[in-house]
Ligand binder design. Structure first.
Ligand code: XMP
Length: 527
């Protein structure tokens, strides 16, 4: 096992994620754990320690140090950024403080033959030096080496960008190998955990499931837990995992706000209640939502109403479950970062996000968030390991307010019914149409795709008659982070087929258009 000591960097969890990617078990703990904690870890098969970076912009006061036992544990240690500075300072080197910081890409030159970097390079200079493209953040720097260390990497502005004492297995880098901008970063971390620490590649998702189950059992004991199940990936995986851990101590509340996709309610009940035996309270709150949305056309007002009603319905159900002591949520690591960022209050609100996970603390329940350390793709793998249908786990994201933000202007049940059918046709055709070049379906080639209901009528002709019906827009985007997105270049034949089917099969819609706007300046959802 690898121990990661967290000095408070936003990307510490990324280090953990890379170590897991290398099939090695790891745990993240705060940097101020005691010496005894480290000694305890040694009895559990500790093979190496990684010291993370820090949000602290300066090493100056040196207030955060690694426990001394880290350097007495007899295992290799890798220091990253701040972790390098504290390692150097604690072992007798010198760190020079600076209030000028540099962030960004850098080219690092590797020196000598170190086990960490040997044979790992992006390109080679004519003089034969191995060069690495890295993501660097430095201001303070190590300016004199601790005894026993040599320089392993340098840049013109940071002559000591990497150090090593190979005898003791100590390595440190000023750059961040855990971020993807450091092209060979994964190779370096894999080298550290496998070859330097000697960890095997025997840790995998089924092991994670077992560990997570143990943790949940230890955390909740014999208490009851409630969870708001939305049918989305995160809450579904959380439900499956918690149910595996504590069975009937878990009750899920599934609120149908009448703005779900076609047959979604049925699918959720089938997967969880029928196939897995999860206790679910299924609340059909369509009437309540529709009456509250009646006459409301402003997008922000709609979002707020849907969010508020959701909380009310959920709270009402939760208060009936008197024995529940825990509120489980499918919070994943990017949510943790996002809400931390949101707390600074520096950003303008483009859309007030309503996430079915975002419930109030008036319930007086303790939070259970078993996916808090995982990234989306890891959550999906976990879902598959738990036996959830891959089609559910690899679904496109669906916003909390559902079709409420895809029916422009006033939401009416009649509009939702038309939109559900049009959307289902679009998704079915995307799933069934395979791109010859990649062998993948267009559903898998796009990041998110859906239909939008436009409450405008246009004239058409069908058979011998005139029609005067509504318009549906199709939206399909490609993106990796949903912050920016490009419209998907779907084949015309596919668009033609979808349009033909929608107009023929969904009475009330006589025109289909395709949205060719990218984000920015447009957003992915229309409201
Ligand atoms: P936009 O429209 O802002 O969407 O470009 C970016 C991503 O966020 C999703 N989205 C939401 N998800 N609650 C959610 O859980 C919301 O209120 C919400 N609004 C937008 C959207 O579907 C896209 O994936």
């Amino acid at each position: 096992r690898i121990l990661i000591l967290d000095f408070g960097s936003q990307v510490t969890q990324l280090i953990a994620r890379r170590v897991r990617e290398a099939s090695v078990y790891c745990e993240v703990h705060p940097c101020d754990v005691t010496d005894d904690f480290i000694r305890e870890e040694q009895t559990k098969g500790l093979k190496g320690i990684i010291l993370s970076g820090s949000h602290a912009s300066s090493y100056e006061d040196g207030s955060m140090k690694a426990p001394q036992a880290v350097f007495e544990a007899g295992v290799p240690v890798l220091g990253i950024c701040y972790g390098m500075q504290t390692m150097a300072a604690q072992l007798g080197g010198k760190v020079t403080y600076s209030d000028h910081r540099e962030f960004g890409y850098a080219e690092v030159r590797a020196h000598g033959h170190t086990k960490l970097l040997e044979g790992i390079e992006d390109h080679r200079t004519p003089e034969g030096h191995g060069m690495l493209k890295v993501w660097m953040s430095h201001g303070d720097q190590v300016t004199s080496l601790p005894p026993g260390f040599k320089v392993m990497a340098s840049t013109p502005s940071c002559p000591i960008a990497g150090i090593a004492d190979e005898e003791r297995g100590y390595y440190a880098v000023q750059f961040h190998p855990e971020v993807t901008h450091t092209v060979q970063g994964m190779a370096m971390l894999a080298r550290f955990v496998h070859e330097i620490c000697g960890c095997g590649t025997d840790w995998n998702m089924p092991d994670y499931v077992e560990e997570a189950i143990e943790k949940i059992r230890a955390q909740v004991g014999s208490d009851d837990v409630i969870l708001g199940l939305s049918g989305g990936v995160d809450s579904s995986v959380a439900a499956a995992l918690i149910h595996r851990a504590i069975g009937d101590q878990l009750t899920c509340v599934f609120v149908d706000h009448g703005l779900l996709r076609l047959d979604e309610g049925k699918q959720v009940m089938q997967t969880f209640a029928e196939n897995m035996g999860v206790k679910i309270i299924h609340v059909d709150a369509t009437e309540q939502f529709m009456s509250k949305l009646h006459g409301v056309t402003d997008p922000e007002a709609k979002r707020k109403i849907i969010g508020r009603e959701f909380v009310e319905v959920f709270q009402d159900q939760a208060s009936k479950l008197k024995s529940a002591k825990w509120l489980a949520q499918g919070t994943i690591y990017p949510d943790v970062i996002e809400s931390a960022g949101a707390k600074t209050g520096k950003a303008v609100t483009i859309k007030s996000h309503h996430n079915v996970g975002g419930l109030p603390d008036t319930l007086k329940l303790s939070l259970l968030e078993p996916l808090r350390e995982l990234f989306k793709d890891e959550v999906r793998k976990l879902g598959v390991a738990l036996g959830l249908p891959p089609a559910m786990v690899y679904r496109h994201p669906f916003p909390g307010p559902g079709l409420g933000v895809r029916i422009l202007g006033e939401v009416k049940k009649e509009y939702a019914d038309l939109l559900r059918r049009a959307d289902a046709i679009f998704i079915e055709e995307l799933r069934n149409t395979v791109d010859a070049a990649t062998g993948k379906s267009w559903y898998d080639l796009t990041s998110q795709a859906f239909a939008v209901f436009l409450p405008v009528k246009s004239v058409g002709v069908m058979g011998d008659g005139r029609t005067y019906d509504y318009v549906v827009a199709l939206r399909a985007v490609e993106t990796s982070d949903f912050m920016t997105a490009g419209w998907a270049e779907l084949p015309y034949s596919l668009l033609g087929k979808v349009s033909g089917r929608i107009i023929n099969e969904v009475r009330g819609i006589n025109r289909v258009v395709y949205d060719v706007s990218s984000k920015p300046p447009a957003t992915i959802e229309w409201e």
